[in-house]
Design a protein. Structure first.
Length: 261
């Protein structure tokens, strides 16, 4: 019924509880989830999870915040992206939130990494999973420079403005919302959900982070994605079943996954 479009089941805190998590997912009717890769070093673990579980798929990429890790080449991304059950490139993008004394100009290494991921996504025709924080203008600019016909993907864990959302949608991207939308101070995001086309909305947990209310501050898992769906339904004044069905179909279409379960 529900599709968690962004989770990190390979992270140690979730691996330690994997049997419990999968049982909770089934009980919550979370039938599909995309396991997101954040380093090349992590990829084999992420991919193994997807191969071991019918309900899981994988991505390949390096998170923009990760430094001191293997820097993937175009060829390395392509090779991994063509493996079974790998359906996306990312997460990738830009993050200027923690500059640690550096200037935005000093983050050229992030922008170049992002460009490599975009080029790989175009070459293998896989969607991008975009992370952008305090960097929306550069993210959109680079997508415009490197993109073109056929480039698509999702802006995950969206917290930007309505203008950024609409520009992303105009470029062929989807907008994914996490447990943040259940937080008291997320009124602007809930208003955005009300006006966005439902055909362009995904839902996610970003687990193990950002557990929705009433679990805020606790370990997050894909079993909590129905709480995100419920908040979307409330904002749009529709049923949770409608949100579950539409967001699942959106994710299946975007990631090229069979529309079953």
């Amino acid at each position: 019924m529900f599709f968690d479009s962004h989770c990190h089941l390979s992270f140690p805190e979730l691996v330690a509880k994997s049997d419990e998590i999968f049982a909770a997912m089934r009980a919550a009717q979370v039938s599909k989830a995309l396991c997101i890769c954040t380093t090349i070093e992590e990829f084999e673990s992420v991919h193994a999870l997807a191969l071991q579980h019918d309900m899981l798929w994988a991505s390949v990429g390096v998170h923009p915040d990760n430094e001191g890790v293997h820097e993937p080449t175009f060829e390395e991304l392509i090779e991994r992206a063509t493996r079974p059950k790998v359906v996306a490139i990312g997460e990738t993008g830009l993050d200027y939130y923690r500059l640690n004394g550096r200037s935005i100009e000093d983050m050229e290494w992030q922008r170049e990494r992002f460009r490599v991921h975009i080029r790989a996504a175009k070459a293998c025709r896989k969607p991008l999973v975009i992370h952008t924080r305090s960097s929306a203008n550069d993210t959109l600019r680079i997508l415009g420079e490197e993109g073109g016909q056929g480039l698509t993907g999702v802006f995950h864990c969206f917290t930007e403005s309505a203008e950024v959302a609409m520009r992303a949608i105009d470029m062929g991207f989807y907008i994914s919302f996490s447990g943040i939308i259940t937080f008291k101070n997320a009124g602007d995001l809930r208003e955005l959900i009300r006006v966005l086309p439902i055909e362009r909305i995904l839902i996610e947990t970003d687990s193990p982070y950002l557990a929705p209310v009433p679990f805020r501050g606790k370990l997050n898992t894909p079993a909590y994605v129905p709480y995100v769906a419920a908040e979307v339904a409330k904002a749009r004044q529709c049923s949770i079943e409608e949100v579950a069905t539409q967001t699942r179909q959106n994710a299946e279409y975007l990631f090229g996954i069979s529309q079953t379960m």
